[in-house]
Design a protein around this ligand. Structure first.
Ligand code: ZN
Length: 340
C-alpha cells in the first residue's frame, strides 16, 4: 500500500467514523514542536538530537506541522502551543527567534525555551516584552533519558518564576527523574513551584510523564488542592491514566496535546511491565522503546490520544461539554489569562 492509499483507505475512514465525532470544530494542541535544521548547535547524528532515545526528523518547520495537522485533522481547525526542541544541542536563541516569528501566523502560540541559568533577568524581560511568547517550555538540561538526580529546582529559578507569577505565564514542564511525577522529590518540587508562584500556570507535559496507570495512581494525590497545575496529554494513550485524572482532579485539568511530530507516526504507545513501548508501522527510524512492525493495523498515534481521552471520559462519566473542552476550551482559558 502506498502512503496515499493508506491515507485514503485506513486513516481517513477511521478519522471520519471515530475521531471527528469526538472533537469540537477547532482543536487546540497544547504541546507541539517545530524546528529547523539550522537550530542545532551540533548536527544531530542519524537524525536524532538525543542519541538513540527519541529519534526524530532533522527538521520539522512550521510548514510541516501545518501539513500534518491538515492531514490528521482535515475537517477541524487547528491551533497549537508550540516550541523548539528543548535539548542541549539546540541553539536556544535561534530556535526562540524562529518561534517568535511564527507567532504572526495566528494559529501558533509560542513558548520560549527557558530555564535556570539560560538567560539573565534583563534578557528574559526583553524577550517577554516582545509579547511573542505565552510563557516557557522549560529547557531540559540533559541528553536523552539521562534524567539522573535532576530536580525541578535545578531546572527553574526565581529568575524565570518571578515573571511567570507576575504575568501569569504558562510554564510547560517535563518533569525529570526515573520516578516521574510519582517520585516524592518531584512532587515536592511541583508543590513548591505552584504554591510559591500561585499566579503562574504550570502545565506538566505528558501527564507528568505518567504513561502507565500505576504511575498516575501514585502521582495524582500530590496535585490535589493545586489550582494552577494542569496536565497535557502528549503521547498519553492509556485511558486508565486519564480516567484517574478525571476522577481525582476533574476533567478541566486536562489539556489535549500531541507532541507532534512524534504521534504523526502510525501505531500506539503501549506498556510492558513498567515502561512504555511505541509499536509503529515501518517508516520511522529505529529508536529506543520503539518496535517497528508491519504486522499491525494502525493509524496516526494522535488518534490513539483522542481515543484514550474519549474512553476515559466514558468511564469517568463526564459530560459531552467537559469532553469537548479538553480538546480546546480548557487550554484556551490558560492562553487568555496570560498577561504579556
Ligand atoms: Zn515534547
Amino acid at each position: 500500500m502506498t502512503e496515499q492509499e493508506r491515507y485514503q483507505r485506513v486513516d481517513l475512514p477511521f478519522y471520519r467514523e471515530e475521531i471527528r465525532p469526538v472533537l469540537p470544530p477547532t482543536v487546540l494542541d497544547f504541546h507541539a514542536h517545530v524546528w529547523s535544521r539550522d537550530h542545532w548547535r551540533k548536527a544531530p547524528a542519524g537524525g536524532s538530537p538525543d542519541g538513540r532515545y527519541m529519534v526524530v526528523e532533522t527538521e520539522y518547520p512550521v510548514e510541516s506541522l501545518a501539513a500534518d495537522a491538515r492531514a490528521i485533522f482535515p475537517d477541524n481547525g487547528y491551533r497549537a502551543v508550540c516550541f523548539g526542541m528543548p535539548t542541549p544541542q539546540a541553539d536556544i536563541e535561534l530556535t526562540n527567534r524562529y518561534l517568535a516569528e511564527a507567532a504572526g501566523t495566528g494559529w501558533l502560540h509560542p513558548l520560549m525555551l527557558a530555564g535556570k541559568g539560560l538567560a539573565s533577568p534583563a534578557e528574559l524581560e526583553r524577550a517577554l516584552a516582545t509579547r511573542a511568547y505565552k510563557g516557557y517550555k522549560v529547557f531540559l538540561n540533559w541528553l536523552g533519558d539521562d534524567y539522573g538526580q535532576c530536580t525541578i529546582e535545578d531546572m527553574l529559578s526565581p529568575v524565570e518564576m518571578g515573571p511567570a507569577g507576575r504575568l501569569r505565564l504558562i510554564v510547560l514542564l517535563h518533569v525529570p527523574r526515573a520516578g516521574r511525577l510519582a517520585d516524592p522529590v518531584i512532587q515536592e518540587g511541583v508543590r513548591a513551584l505552584a504554591q510559591g508562584y500561585p499566579r503562574s500556570q504550570i502545565v506538566l507535559a505528558h501527564c507528568g510523564r505518567c504513561y502507565l496507570p500505576d504511575e498516575m495512581s501514585r502521582a495524582v494525590g500530590c496535585l490535589k488542592g493545586l489550582d494552577n497545575v494542569w496536565l497535557d496529554t502528549a503521547m498519553v494513550m492509556d485511558p486508565t491514566v486519564l480516567q484517574i485524572v478525571m476522577e481525582e482532579l476533574g476533567p478541566a485539568r486536562l489539556l489535549f496535546a500531541t507532541d507532534f511530530p512524534v504521534p504523526a507516526m502510525r501505531g500506539r504507545r503501549v506498556y510492558a511491565l513498567d515502561h512504555w513501548v511505541d509499536l509503529v508501522l515501518p517508516g520511522p527510524e529505529p529508536s529506543a522503546y520503539r518496535v517497528i512492525t508491519p504486522d499491525i493495523r494502525a493509524s496516526f498515534m494522535a488518534y490513539e490520544i483522542v481515543q484514550a481521552i474519549r474512553r476515559a471520559g466514558e468511564r469517568a462519566g463526564i459530560s459531552t461539554g467537559e469532553l469537548e473542552a479538553i480538546f480546546h476550551d480548557n487550554g484556551a482559558r490558560l492562553l487568555e489569562r496570560v498577561e504579556v
